[in-house]
Ligand binder design. Structure first.
Ligand SMILES: Nc1ncnc2c1ncn2[C@@H]1O[C@H](COP(=O)(O)OP(=O)(O)OP(=O)(O)O)[C@@H](O)[C@H]1O
Length: 289
């Protein structure tokens, strides 16, 4: 695979083609006997202007990888860069500002404010930051997402798909360098989910954005340019130009390996990949909305 790099030089700035990059990224939760190694020395490059999907069995470290790349979680070892900025070692204040200025977030739970209308929700993070949206860009985002005639509606007056589109517009409004989407279609029916995926695709193709999306759904991953497969905290494979069928086949191999590792539960291999969602209380999202 192409992501690992030999001869890692500490402190070295990343190549310009990467929106984010990690070297030797390790994250352990807990201590002593209860330590969980969520990420085990991961090397990864997130290419600018591409749509990257992150897949893997439940507990493989997908969300942890996303949180560490986004500076939402501290790392136990290794380095992470956002563009040219090494974020490992930054103080919380600097991280908060960097996230606010350079990253857009979309979570499974949309985190829209019920008392604000769609437009107010879209511009809220920028309002909080005391920034003014570029009106041309904002117009483009609103039109691309088909939200023009919904701007005065409150979240309760919008369908799930429309709410997620508002969350998508909110993530795009400040024209961030990088958008992280954690199961953005997890709470949507298949039609609304497809809409959101098309818009994320559009954000990359027409608006030149960079998107990293964690998903369990091979159909969703098929909208990306590249799928990274995680298992046990490591990137074990990747797939360019994925199709849903090819991704599904790859995911089945994880189940087979699991089944072999758990002989006491022979029907494991027959089970589909677990689809239970994570509790997306979205660390950091209160401040970043
Ligand atoms: N705050 C935490 N404290 C302790 N362990 C954690 C914590 N967050 C995650 N973990 C553990 O780290 C491992 C990776 O978790 P992570 O949520 O990144 O996996 P995931 O691939 O996103 O899983 P899922 O697909 O189920 O959402 C798991 O074993 C999980 O139990």
């Amino acid at each position: 695979m192409s992501t690992p790099v030999a001869g890692h030089v500490p402190g070295q700035a990343p190549a310009h083609g990467n929106a984010a990059r990690a070297r030797g990224l390790t994250k352990a939760y807990g201590s002593g006997e209860t330590t969980v190694l969520a990420l085990d020395s991961v090397d990864v490059d997130i290419a600018r202007g591409r749509f990257t999907a992150v897949m893997g069995p439940s507990g493989s470290g997908k969300s942890t990888l996303m949180h560490c790349l986004a500076g939402l979680d501290t790392v136990s070892a290794g380095q992470v860069w956002l563009g040219d900025t090494e974020i490992t070692g930054l103080k919380e204040r600097q991280l908060t500002r960097l996230r606010r200025d350079r990253i857009g977030f979309m979570f499974q739970s949309f985190n829209l404010i019920p008392t604000l209308n769609a437009l107010e929700n879209i511009t809220l993070p920028m309002d909080i930051a005391g920034q003014k949206p570029d009106p041309k860009w904002l117009d483009q985002v609103i039109d691309t997402l088909g939200l023009r005639d919904r701007l005065k509606h409150r979240p309760a007056q919008l369908s799930g798909g429309q709410q997620q589109r508002v969350a998508c517009a909110r993530a795009l409004a400040s024209r961030p360098e990088l958008i992280f989407a954690d199961e953005p279609t997890g709470n949507l029916d298949s039609r609304a989910g497809l809409e959101v995926l098309s818009f994320l695709r559009e954000a990359v193709d027409s608006l030149g954005q960079t998107v990293v999306m964690v998903t369990h759904d091979p159909g969703a991953a098929a909208h990306s340019d590249l799928v990274l497969f995680l298992a046990d905290g490591r990137i074990v494979d990747e797939m360019e130009h994925p199709t849903a069928e090819a991704v599904l086949e790859r995911m089945k191999r994880f189940d087979v390996i699991r089944g072999q590792a758990e002989p006491a539960a022979p029907d494991r291999a027959e089970e589909p990949v677990e689809h239970e969602g994570r509790d997306d209380s979205a660390p950091g999202s209160a401040e970043e909305v």
